[in-house]
Ligand binder design. Structure first.
Ligand code: ZN
Length: 147
C-alpha cells in the first residue's frame, strides 16, 4: 500500500509530516530514550524525551523508513510535549484503540495523529504507524522500572 491510497485529507497531513518532520534530532541528556524497528517494512525509529518536573519538556526523534512510520513519529513528538507520563500512557491507549477500529477518544487530544485513522484500513501499515507509540511505551516502562 502506498500513501496515495489514503483519503486525500489524511494523505496531505501525513505527507506534510513526512516531508517536513517536526522535532527531528537527538536530544543529549534525555531522561528517556528508546528505539525500535518494524522488520516487516524496514522502519526504524528512536525517541528521546526530556522530563522537567514530571512533564515532558522536549521530545525528539530520528528515524528512517516509510512515510507513515516517519510521519507518525513526527506527529507523536508534537503531542508528547507538556504531557505527564500518565497523559502519555492515555495518549498511547487512545491511539491503540483508534487503530483497532474504535472512534477517537474525546478525552484525548490526538492532534495530527488523528489522520492516521486512514491507515487502519491497511492492517500491515498499522504496524508502521504503531511503531512510534510501541517504542515510546517500552521506553516509559523501562524508565519507570529504573526510577
Ligand atoms: Zn513502514
Amino acid at each position: 500500500m502506498m500513501v496515495e491510497q489514503l483519503d486525500e485529507l489524511y494523505r496531505e497531513v501525513i505527507l506534510d509530516h513526512f516531508r517536513s518532520p517536526r522535532n527531528v534530532g537527538e536530544l543529549p541528556g534525555a531522561d528517556i530514550s528508546a528505539e525500535g524497528n518494524n522488520p516487516l517494512c524496514g522502519d526504524q525509529i528512536t525517541f528521546w524525551l526530556a522530563l522537567d518536573d514530571g512533564k515532558i519538556r522536549d521530545a525528539r526523534f530520528v528515524g528512517k523508513g516509510c512515510a507513515i512510520s516517519q510521519a507518525a513519529g513526527s506527529m507523536f513528538t508534537e503531542q508528547l510535549k507538556g504531557k505527564t507520563l500518565a497523559d502519555v500512557s492515555a495518549l498511547i491507549a487512545a491511539m491503540k484503540a483508534l487503530m483497532q477500529g474504535q472512534p477517537p477518544d474525546p478525552g484525548v487530544d490526538l492532534g495530527d495523529l488523528e489522520s492516521l485513522v486512514g491507515v487502519r484500513k491497511f492492517p500491515v501499515r498499522v504496524k508502521c504507524a504503531a511503531l512510534s507509540w510501541n517504542v515510546v511505551e517500552q521506553g516509559l516502562t523501562d524508565y519507570t522500572k529504573q526510577s
